[in-house]
Design a protein around this ligand. Sequence first.
Ligand code: ASP
Length: 580
Amino acid sequence: MSATGMRTHLCGELRPAHAGGRVRLCGWVDRRREHGEHLAFVDLRDHSGVVQCVVDGSVDVRSEWVVQVEGTVRPRPEGKGNTELATGEVEIVDCVVGILAPAEAPPFPVDDRAETDESVRLRYRYVDLRRPRMQRNLRLRGRVLAAMRAAMVRQGFCEIETPLLWTPTPEGAREFAVPARLHRGEFYVLPQSPQIAKQLLMVSGFDRYFQVARCLRDEDLRADRQFEFTQLDIEMSFVTQQDVQDAVTEAVMDATEAAVGERPAVVERMTWHEAMDRFGVDKPDLRFAMELVDLGDVFAGTEVRAFGAESVKALCVAGGASLGRNRLDALVERAKQLGAKGLAWFKVSAGAEAPALDSPLDKFLTDDERAGLVGASAARPGDLVLVVADEWHTACSVLGQLRLDLGRMPVGEGERRFLWVTEFPMFEGLDDEGRPVAAHHPFTMPHPDDLDRLGTDPLRVRSQAYDLVLNGWELGSGSIRIHREDIQRRVFDALGIPPEEAEARFGFLLGAFRYGAPPHGGFAVGVDRMVAALAGEDSIREVIAFPKTQSGTDPMTGAPKALAPAALRELGLRVARAGD
Ligand code: ASP
């Protein structure tokens, strides 16, 4: 597969077994070193690797020139091998060098070791992508996508494309608008996801749909967020949550195996409540323990006012007793920023009979409370116990974040722990007017046992929504959808969406449902995050060919740019000055 009309082999595939053979190679000059008076070593690079060519010193080739080298493979002289190079036991001699394209000196070395500012890398992204790390990342991405597609097709899914010029959808993010030239003053909206389109396809009887879909959301960019991102988008009819999760699991396992050569043994499961209670987040990183423990019983009758709260939770930091006062003060400050009223800390030491505690609060504790705190948190001498007393959700989420701050290992380390988190709450709190705020899109089906609470106790309604998590990263989410008008009306009621508004925003979906909607549900896997996690990269920008910077620009193309006045006129647009 490597041979073409211009080359016989790839640079990286040459081994001693090729010795004596005449080969023709094409690639970029990785490095040139003069060797004595008459010879030069030219390292020739293509995507498969690098091979050393010995050329006549008079041949003028420089870094990143594109050349064709015809020569003979020869084992390197005894002791001259390079063990760091896969081709390090051979070199190419008797070379005839043809120049295919000279090149300007590269803006930075095409080398994984060179540290280059990201905006420069993005400005010359085509050069940056030549680096082995970026080649590896994008090829890994390609394997992930191919494996996902194959798994979906094998499971009977049909790939259907849905429009990019679309109308507002209910995912809740700010949307990109596109002016409609033929309908002055009107706009298309770029889809936040194919959510409504795929539900319509269920009404059409497609049963098992998938798409590798581009989604667009005009939100502030972060390491794990770009304006446009890719989802493996799935929808199925006549299914339970388990059916959807099984189909997704199969695709994700196949993709993981294709990417890293190992198929994860299991995908664990946990309800949202358990995840929050044990790990303080809805996307637990299971690579390390440090579970939150409940001290409610220990402090049930306490005199310590600060511990008289709905929930008293603790986190044991192994070896944390060595933290100095500054670090402890910083932890207290961080807990407050995260929403806690305070953070109590207890350093544990051996003590004469029982473990002793060092803490400003120690003198207020009874012996039973001391023993209970140490026992419940399984703290050993040298450990630090952090305690937050607050509402259950706050106590959990503050300690959950501290757990990550103090215990989380870098992205590429440890095992791969995939996890399904199920039974998310239907609503994530109340807005200023006391109305529940939907945690997912408003078509998410409530848990059947909780339907009666919709009007009376909405915050305790669970949904049939589920997330897939890998090592603390949310890889995607999905749900069983509401396909019955009566339930949909009750959910809109709970959300305070009047029928006219529902009709105006989602009328075309609700209308379609009146023509026979099958029970259905689906999921979307965030491909960029999944690939970044598998590649061991912190930022999804490292696994996207042409990403935007944090401020949403593309230093290579200069986008976004002003439009020419004539183009604006044609679209019927005028740009307001700042402040207008
Ligand atoms: N459309 C949803 C999202 O983009 C996923 C789903 O529910 O299928 O998060």
